[in-house]
Design a protein around this ligand. Structure first.
Ligand code: ADP
Ligand code: ASP
Ligand code: MG
Length: 489
């Protein structure tokens, strides 16, 4: 067994966004491979997965012109990438790209001609193509520049269930695949370069892990291959106290815990996929978030036992497109039975509830969801409670599609007095009214709904209240207490 560390490095969409970026990834990998054994996972070039989804949608709707335009764009962007990395007529690159483009063209053509809907299985085989190209390109570029590397199809590594579009990993199968596919490459002294985002269903068909799933690919592989660490390379310095697009003064957090990372991701911080923390937390290795544009910056370490920092609030996040569904029952019925059935159905349909509020005397339930789930949930409510609605036991459902959810996060909020007061005073100073509120029993987060147009303003106000002057550079336990600083004994 090798004594060198095993590190899984994942490069996101902007980090592989063009030839220059891929050359930078290659430099990071080849340098790291001098000390450690490196497995690489890559995303598609930024915007490419969206482009494939758009191509499929246009074809399904019979829009031949848009399908053609999108296909041309897909081909041109990748042809330019290959030409810059390998020269305009490198036969292997030309042939590889032609095969991928033909697959997308053929399926889109069939959809246009037949005017049928596309199966989730076929869609997965197409939307995973962007990652296949960048993995091939990085592997071949590394090889050409003298750093041994081998392209590995995701289907050979990540075994999943058959839930196309949102597959769950089969860790046993993935462990066996890592042994048979990745370790021999590492033993040959090369770095395996694996396409992120996808895996193989039990029948071998391509499945995907859900949007943004390459982070998840990296930690699944990390856990299955027995990695020492996973490094997620992206376009910001780490996990920040807020989305820098909303708060340009947001600062980088040196450390956070996995529960914090999960909560942060769930409430809108795109920097790490919500599910990516689970395999790492279970296996017990740290995940680093690092900036591929500034590799010298240390980044954020996500661990099971992060040091406490001096601010109780670590981050303020927001889900900009949310919906509030309010259900009210007649006063003479006991509503808990109804809510029980509702949550059972939501669970069966795998709907993610951002938060829910219930006040018994009013017999009202507020359900806060992602906006994209709103129509599906309304349909579910109308079907499940058809009789109750007809009999007036349940009053007509109210829907507010113009809300945003702001979440204030940090493990050290637990047991700290006055946080809620400070949060809502900051919101009140902006003259924004709060529509619904929930504080998780774990006291890891406080979530509240505000009118959608006020979302950024509220995030900035709350961020300024807690993180504006917070110093995240020194952990609390290393900070001298007032008594120690004054020399008292
Ligand atoms: P990648 O393509 O590398 O996977 P993503 O776009 O998925 O990158 O995630 C990185 C982006 O997440 C950043 O550019 C930033 O705008 C956004 N983001 C949102 N909230 C945060 C946060 N709290 N900390 C860091 N980045 C955040
Ligand atoms: N390319 C995929 C997406 O855009 C997966 C990823 O980038 O993580 O969703
Ligand atoms: Mg991402």
């Amino acid at each position: 067994m090798s004594s060198r560390r095993l590190i899984v490095m994942k490069f996101g969409g902007t980090s592989v966004g063009n030839a220059e970026r891929i050359r930078q990834c290659a430099q990071i990998v080849s340098q790291a491979a001098q000390q450690d054994r490196i497995v690489v996972v890559v995303s598609a070039m930024a915007g490419i997965t969206d482009l494939i989804f758009k191509t499929i949608d246009a074809a399904r709707q019979g829009d031949a012109a848009s399908t053609e335009t999108n296909l041309k764009k897909f081909e041109a962007l990748h042809r330019e990438l290959m030409a810059e990395l390998f020269g305009a007529s490198a036969p292997a690159a030309v042939e590889f790209l032609a095969q991928v483009v033909a697959q997308l063209q053929k399926s889109s053509g069939a959809l246009l001609a037949l005017r049928t809907d596309i199966s989730a299985q076929t869609a997965d085989s197409l939307v995973a193509l962007g990652e296949r190209i960048t993995a091939w390109a990085l592997a071949n570029y590394l090889q050409q520049s003298g750093s041994p590397a081998e392209f590995v199809a995701a289907e050979k590594v990540i075994a999943t269930d058959g839930n196309f579009g949102n597959a769950a990993p089969d860790m046993e199968g993935t462990r066996a695949n890592c042994q048979s596919e990745l370790l021999p490459i590492l033993d040959r002294g090369a770095s395996p370069i694996v396409a992120g985002y996808s895996g193989a269903a039990p029948g071998g068909q391509t499945t995907t892990l859900g949007r943004g799933g390459s982070d998840y690919s990296a930690t699944i592989i990390g856990a299955a291959a027995g990695a020492d660490e996973v490094w997620i390379w992206t376009d910001v310095d780490g996990v920040l106290t807020a989305d820098p697009r909303i708060c340009p003064d947001a600062t980088t957090l040196p450390e956070i815990t996995f529960p914090e990372a999960i909560e942060l991701a769930y409430y809108g911080a795109k920097v790490i996929h919500p599910k990516a923390s689970y395999p790492a937390a279970d296996a017990g290795f740290p995940v680093w978030i690092k900036n591929s544009f500034r590799p010298e910056v240390q980044g954020t370490k996500i661990t099971n036992d992060a040091t406490p920092w001096n601010s109780p609030v670590k981050s303020v996040t927001c889900v900009k497109n949310a919906t509030l569904i309010t259900m009210v029952t007649r006063r003479d019925v006991h509503p808990v039975d109804l809510w029980g059935r509702l949550f059972l159905r939501l669970g069966q349909e795998q709907v993610e509830v951002l938060f829910a509020t219930q006040s018994s005397p009013e017999h009202a339930l507020g359900l806060v969801l992602r906006k994209e789930d709103s129509a599906r949930v309304l349909k579910l409510i109308n079907t499940t409670f058809r009789i109750e609605l007809a009999q007036g036991v349940l009053l007509p459902v109210e829907v507010n599609n113009e809300i945003a959810v702001v979440a204030v996060l940090g493990e050290s909020m637990k047991g700290t007095c006055g946080i809620l007061g400070r949060v809502f005073s900051a919101v009140a100073r902006e003259e924004v009214s709060v529509i619904a509120v929930a504080q998780g029993a774990s006291e890891l987060s406080i979530c509240f709904a505000v009118p959608a147009p006020a979302a950024s303003q509220v995030v900035r106000a709350v961020h300024n209240e807690f993180c504006g002057k917070a110093d995240f550079s020194v952990p609390v336990c290393l900070r001298p207490t007032a008594a120690a600083a004054s020399g008292a004994r």
